[in-house]
Ligand binder design. Structure first.
Ligand code: AMP
Length: 210
């Protein structure tokens, strides 16, 4: 049987990236994080990266056409299933995705605004392997290196308070309508992101029948 085709929805900071890393390791799916792909384009100073950088730093969305082009080719290579993390983020992206592939499940990880702000302010990311840490849960203030690869831990430019608020506004306006979009298509499953990371993972694996 081919692997599952899964989308993670939810506001920034809900735990999509953290959960995605564990779910793909367990189920052997291709992990496609549009945020990670874009940060890589920015770091390599590609044409797409140059176009995306300012938009990302302000917490706005990169234009749909650029995102869809970036994801289309990668999806066609995902024969053993995939997990999309951070895509789609608009109804136009969801419609384009529907034209490319069917889906098996959409998992919405919810988190209220005050908790998003609290978590993102405390988030640190490894420049080397992308591991995600949080000063509230699993990182001591004096730690500056990744435990997995020794890479430098840094705070994303868009994880600063003024940008975080804007990202949540953008989420509510552009991305939250996807909850109804996928609910109408009977694909939606919801998980409360305030549960601890282990409980959220167990719930996601149960939803995916793993
Ligand atoms: P993330 O790592 O998912 O929080 O994404 C970081 C930033 O990349 C977002 O705030 C957007 O500027 C941009 N981005 C990531 N995914 C998308 C998408 N599907 N559509 C538009 N912009 C995106």
């Amino acid at each position: 049987m081919p692997g599952k085709r899964v989308v993670f929805l939810g506001p920034p900071g809900a735990g999509k990236g953290t959960q995605a890393k564990q779910v793909v390791a367990k189920l052997g799916l291709l992990h496609l994080s549009t945020g990670d792909l874009l940060r890589d384009e920015v770091a390599r100073k590609t044409e797409l990266g140059e176009k995306a950088k300012g938009v990302m730093d302000r917490g706005e969305l990169v234009p749909d056409a650029l995102i869809i082009d970036m994801i289309r080719g990668r999806l066609s290579g995902a024969r053993n299933g995939f997990l999309l993390d951070g895509f789609p983020r608009t109804v136009a992206q969801a419609e384009a995705l529907a034209g490319i592939t069917d889906l098996d499940a959409v998992v919405n990880i919810s988190l209220p605004r005050d908790e998003v702000v609290r978590r993102l302010t405390a988030r640190r990311v490894c420049r080397g392997c992308g591991a995600i840490y949080n000063l509230t849960f699993n990182l001591a203030a004096e730690e500056s290196k990744c435990r997995a690869c020794g890479g430098e831990l840094y705070q994303r430019d868009d994880d600063r308070p003024a940008v975080i608020e804007n990202r949540y506004d953008v989420y509510e306006k552009s991305t939250a309508p996807l909850i109804a979009f996928y609910s109408r298509r009977s694909l939606l499953h919801s998980v409360d992101g305030r549960l601890g990371s282990d409980a959220v993972l167990a719930e996601i694996l149960r939803i995916l029948g793993a």
